[in-house]
Design a protein around this ligand. Structure first.
Ligand SMILES: Nc1nc2c(c(=O)[nH]1)N[C@H]1C(S)=C(S)[C@@H](COP(=O)(O)O)O[C@H]1N2
Ligand SMILES: [Mo]
Length: 179
């Protein structure tokens, strides 16, 4: 079943605000900060060694196309939450290596994955290598590619598309496309 107003496509369309960043996994760091008890940093190697989960999460682009049956594998966001302990957080701002940002409510983020693999292979560069935050149920603009920083927030702030009129939550099942 697809969310209202969506049609099924075979393959992901590659959509970026600018070009695909060239990333050497050896130089990559995922930073966790904001209103947390523990600020953390993880290398790509650290993430590979952490607890991994696999989940099928469909992509629902706000422009109307959906791709189902995508198998993502990586570190559960719950793990990042329990290690950093963001007691008062209500949102997270995901910041990416291409300058892109998006704001995600914590109650959706907690079901997310810091994906390292897609359909049994290392995530391809155009889809977010080395790390993509995949957030179930929200439109796909909330699934940040090339994510490098997670800032836990008590208050909502706009990210890139949210500041251009797109919804602060963006639940595809509730058809929350624009503000
Ligand atoms: N870092 C980053 N993440 C991003 C974007 C982007 O421009 N930069 N675009 C978003 C949008 S609008 C969509 S629809 C999806 C597209 O993902 P895909 O290129 O893997 O199909 O990525 C989302 N995540
Ligand atoms: Mo999109």
């Amino acid at each position: 079943m697809l969310p209202p107003g969506q049609f099924e496509e075979e393959k992901l369309r590659v959509l970026n605000i600018s070009s695909i960043p060239e990333i050497d996994a050896d130089d990559y760091t995922l930073k966790i900060g904001g209103c947390v008890s523990n600020e953390l940093e993880f290398s790509y190697g650290d993430l590979l060694e952490m607890r991994q989960v696999e989940a099928e999460v469909s992509a629902h682009c706000v422009e109307g196309w959906s791709v189902t049956g995508l198998e993502w594998e990586g570190v559960p966001a719950e793990e990042i939450i329990s290690l950093s302990r963001p007691a008062e957080a209500k949102f997270v701002l995901l910041k990416c290596l291409d300058g892109y940002t998006t704001c995600v409510p914590l109650n959706y983020f907690q079901h997310g994955i810091f994906a390292l693999r897609l359909n049994g292979q290392t995530i391809p560069p155009e889809h977010g290598y080395p790390v993509r935050a995949v957030i179930p149920d929200l439109y796909f603009w909330k699934s940040a590619k090339w994510v490098e920083e997670v800032e836990f927030l008590e208050e909502y702030v706009d990210g890139y598309w949210e500041s251009r009129g797109y919804h602060s939550v963006g639940d595809a099942w509730l058809e929350q496309r624009r503000k």
